[in-house]
Design a protein around this ligand. Structure first.
Ligand code: PHB
Length: 360
């Protein structure tokens, strides 16, 4: 019987166990949108994860939507991330970077002067983002022109190349949580005509072009992707998530990706949202590669999912924030530290690098 603690090969990356640290926005980047020394320590402390998916990182200055998130577009950022990947590798861990474009979930104060957020649409997202002034309603976006898409894809390709230069074992394409790639995918957001709007094939085109650009640059065996068919967050669900995400998974299946990471249900809230259902088992059957699941898993549920063959890997978010030695605690059945929710976003070491290990 397979357990969470068994090693696994995912594409080109060999993992010591199947426990993954989920990508987690912590808003502690330093000047220049770089991970600082505190972030090096934070990731080093969590290096016993089979895989760390480092926090969502904007691929360009216009891809940002929150204050103090670390980017992957500049040479300075590559050097700063190298300190993180070196620290994780020195502890025997593996780490990939989540490549992020927020699309319309942004505010003009976070973007280069004169720029507004871009999306599939010019309709604003539901919600607020975090700026210097605190939580602020998102800005009205402008719809990307079709002739701007090649440069956008180029930003993704360069970001993937930068991630490898920074020592990451690979990248995870952020196609979840109502950010840019989902703003094209969902018919509840995408109101365009032309090659990137209308049919499922057209709405999935940008996502698939990004995947092909990145796998062409760094190899499919170093590329994972994250999807969230039922996450509400800043927009309603697609009118037929099974069909849309089924199509995407079917298109991804033959590529030999390192893994597919699916958030089951509504991110951070529930795996079984009221009134909507997605057959995740059917999605998995359409994809032969490593299958990573996430969303409100505890030890028993995760153990069972891996034992039953429902998934190959399980990603933990909040429990990895408050337990740097989560792998050991799960193995030993040890109690977990409480999460300090008021220290999630921004600030310093408190609620970031000061959670105790069992040994301490
Ligand atoms: C957030 O900053 O709240 C956030 C970032 C990335 C996600 C989800 C939430 O995928």
């Amino acid at each position: 019987m397979t357990t969470l603690f068994d090693p696994i090969q995912i594409g080109d990356i060999a993992l010591a166990n199947r426990i993954v640290m989920a990508p987690l926005t912590r808003n502690r980047a330093i000047e220049g949108n770089k991970p600082g020394p505190l972030s090096v320590e934070y990731y080093r402390q969590r290096a016993t994860a089979g895989l760390i998916v480092a926090e969502a990182s904007p691929i360009s200055p216009t891809a940002q939507g929150y204050l103090d998130t670390p980017g992957i577009w500049s040479t300075e950022q590559v050097a700063a991330w190298k300190a993180v990947t070196d620290a994780v590798h020195a502890e025997g861990g593996k780490i990939v970077l989540q490549l992020w474009h927020v699309g319309r979930v942004s505010h003009v104060s976070l973007l280069p002067a004169g720029e507004v957020p871009v999306s599939s649409t010019d309709k604003p997202a539901n919600g607020a983002t975090f700026t210097r002034e605190g939580f602020t309603p998102v800005s009205k976006p402008r719809a990307l022109r079709d002739d701007e898409i090649p440069a956008l894809i180029e930003d993704y390709r360069k970001a993937a190349r930068n991630a490898i230069a920074a020592g990451f074992d690979g990248v995870e394409i952020h196609a979840a949580n109502t950010y840019l790639l989902e703003q094209f995918l969902r018919d509840s957001i995408n109101d365009r005509s032309g090659p990137y709007g209308g049919s499922i094939e057209n709405r999935a085109r940008l996502l698939l072009e990004v995947v092909h650009a990145i796998t062409g640059e760094i190899g499919a065996g170093r590329t994972g992707i994250r999807l969230s068919p039922q996450t509400l967050f800043t927009a309603p669900l697609d009118s037929d998530p099974q069909a849309v995400y089924g199509y995407v998974v079917e298109q991804l299946a033959p590529l030999g990706l390192a893994y597919l990471h699916v958030i089951e249900g509504d991110t951070g809230r529930t795996r079984t949202p009221d009134g909507t259902s997605v057959d995740y088992a059917a999605l998995r059957r359409a994809f032969s590669g490593p299958w990573m699941i996430n969303n409100c898993y505890n030890r028993d549920l995760a153990e069972k999912a891996v034992a039953d063959g429902k998934a190959d890997l399980v990603a933990f978010g909040r429990s990895f924030i408050s337990n740097p030695d989560l792998v050991r605690r799960l193995r030993d059945g040890a109690p977990l530290n409480e999460l300090r929710a008021d220290k999630l976003y921004g600030g310093g070491a408190e609620g970031y690098t000061d959670y105790p290990t069992l040994a301490a």
